[in-house]
Design a binder for this molecule. Sequence first.
Ligand code: GLU
Length: 411
Amino acid sequence: MKAYEAVRLYFDHAAERLGLDHSMQQLLLVPKREVQVQIPVEMDDGTLKTLIGFRVQHDDSRGPMKGGLRYHPEVDLDEVRALATLMTWKTAVVDLPYGGAKGGIGIDPRHHSVKELERITRKFTDQIHDVIGPDRDIPAPDMGTSSREMAWIRNQWEKYHGFNPAVITGKPVEHYGIEGREEATGRGVGILAYKLIGHLGRKPTQTSVALQGFGNVGSHAAKFLHESEYKIVAVGDHTGAYFRRDGLDIPQMLKYSLGNKGMLQGYREAEHITNQELLELDVDLLIPAALGGVITKANVERIRAPLIIEAANAPVDPDADEILAARGVRVLPDILANAGGVTVSYFEWVQNLQYYKWGLNRVRQELDHVLTRAFDAVWHQATAEKCSLRTAAYMIAIKRVKAATELAGMG
Ligand code: GLU
């Protein structure tokens, strides 16, 4: 299923329950602005490549728009539009004063040198500098980008607009970044996992976990869950997956991947399985923390975990989601499950606007506070409405965006 169609179906489902009329649905769904730009860049060998860059700004009724920049071969307008829409619901469900946006370029960053990536990023910034800004739209890292790209974007943007580090978040700590941003999404997954299993009367030591993805989100989630004494039996990245029934040695795997260009390829202390097999393991908790669309109609019948936390964006297709719900599988939806990243981005932005540096403890405490409050609201709504956690989260988010839209006036 195409990414935008999936996000739309989730919206429709919640909007119907809320009794939203068609015109309001249209108003909330149609993106405010979609920017597509040409990025001509010279490669290291002297050839010229023309890339396409996107920035979709979905909604700004609750504040400046916010969302990451993705460098991945599958990036296209449909995907960016879907992810921008998800950001609107994500910032609303955790109640940050933001709207939603997303951007990206369809490249595989592993196939480019650092110099090429810097030229691509600066050229892209040249093309979109006038539509982003601290009060308009604040980009951040996503798949294939990190603090390195954020530093380049800030530097390039400031050439046009002058000093203002709040134009982008996820920056290096040395460049007005915030401590704890890098770990934030993974830590957030850990905080929410604890809340979820606690409500179901389960303890971390009794919970076996399969985790797909060992990038920024997956590796930090693994670290956090391991420290909290969950039994992580399988972990995978784009090179394959690794399984050990008695629990994996996560600190050793983190060290291994660090010394292996961020990859688990060649790790020998566990059984090598495929990513598909990882998803189908008989575990208590499954955490897809990599690509979207990995649980679909094609494999849903073989998914055995009774609990799923969507650390990635849009890993479960709506038709698969329906089948999981009918089977009683609890799915903690992406718009809440991975909101730790944008929450700490918000702290970074606040820090930048106030010229005041937060310490790591404060960041962690406030992250805990924001996510706990959001989780409790979603749990409460799902119980009251007798609906899935996803529908509950969407209902809360849509209500907030609708209220802000109406209060601004329609004239
Ligand atoms: N890219 C992340 C996300 O999908 C973080 C966005 C941000 O920090 O603005 O939520």
